[in-house]
Design a protein around this ligand. Structure first.
Ligand code: SF4
Length: 303
């Protein structure tokens, strides 16, 4: 009898719990192994004003994603196809380099599936003098384990709340549990973070910003999201109403309804609804944002 046992490391980190063995460089649903993979680390000026400020946000774009929405605006990296493998020590250096360049904060874009390694890199960076706030920029689809790791270093949550409707969450993100999972994570974020705090320049030091990206034809679901946020948290969070949805250039044959931008009428209806509710702590986007480039080149700058 062969008594050699074969052990596999089964990943159940995110709500997908897909069971991949990421430790042997295989990838799971998130599209990446355990090896940190980064596509860009640079100052970024297109986040909310209290995050970007004048100097820019020190943004690190991680490859892979546990949600992989069909309409993803960052699909070049979310599918795990772009990016460079780096060590945890290199990530520590990147954080310190961004601080040296004058970044207002460290902005971790889709760090969810690397949270353990990022925590170790950030701990070392703190020991070496990293002082600026850390922003966790997430789709909001977080397990309790991920949340508990991320919260240890997060000062500012910049989280999406994408859907209230489970059918929509299933159709566009393959995750009918998204509304329940994301609401539970958001509850913890608000509970643990408290009301927004700003420095004398108006830069956020601590707080929760929830992004609502309006999708074409989905004004009603977006209104449900806004109502939920207002009823649950009032003005203790900042709501960012976004009209910048851009159809993917390669097309979406199975989702023709997503092959247009949102109309001014759709966005105005959402903004008016939020204002009628009494929401004041919010960002809205000016017209024409679909033509502006919020998506930077994933050219390994700063990596
Ligand atoms: S983090 Fe990736 S490998 Fe792990 S359960 Fe989630 S999708 Fe699967």
């Amino acid at each position: 009898m062969n008594d050699i046992q074969e052990y596999k490391s089964v990943c159940a980190l995110c709500p997908r719990r897909c069971g991949a063995d990421r430790s042997d460089r295989s990838s799971g649903f998130c599209g990446v192994s355990d090896v940190l993979t980064v596509a860009r680390a640079a100052l970024h000026y297109w986040e909310e004003p209290c995050i970007s400020g004048e100097n820019g946000s020190g943004t690190v774009f991680f490859s892979g994603c546990t949600l992989r929405c069909v309409f993803c605006q960052n699909r070049a990296i979310s599918r795990g196809k772009a990016g460079k493998h780096i060590s945890e020590d290199r990530l520590t250096e990147i954080f310190l380099e961004l601080q040296k360049k004058g970044a207002h904060n460290i902005n971790l874009v889709t760090p969810d599936h690397y949270c353990r390694a990022i925590k170790r890199s950030l701990n070392k960076a703190r020991e070496k003098g990293l002082r600026i706030p850390v922003v966790t920029n997430t789709g909001g689809y977080l397990s309790k384990e991920q949340y508990d790791i991320l919260k240890e270093y997060t000062d500012i949550w910049l989280s999406d709340l994408k859907y209230m409707d489970k059918e929509l969450a299933l159709r566009y993100s393959g995750a009918s549990d998204y509304p329940d999972v994301a609401k539970a994570a958001l509850d913890l974020m608000v509970r643990d973070t408290g009301i927004p705090l700003y420095d004398e320049q108006g830069m956020m030091k601590r707080g929760v910003i929830v992004r609502v990206l309006l999708l074409p034809g989905q004004t009603e679901d977006a209104k449900h999201i806004v109502k939920y946020l207002w009823d649950s948290y009032g003005d203790t969070i900042v709501i960012s109403l976004m009209n910048q949805y851009t159809p993917p250039s390669e097309g979406l044959p199975e989702y023709p309804e997503l092959m247009r931008t949102v109309t001014d009428e759709e966005y105005d209806e959402l903004v008016d609804y939020a204002l009628d509710l009494g929401i004041e702590n919010a960002y809205i986007q000016e017209g024409g944002t679909q033509e502006e480039s919020f998506i930077p080149p994933f050219d390994l700058e700063g990596v």
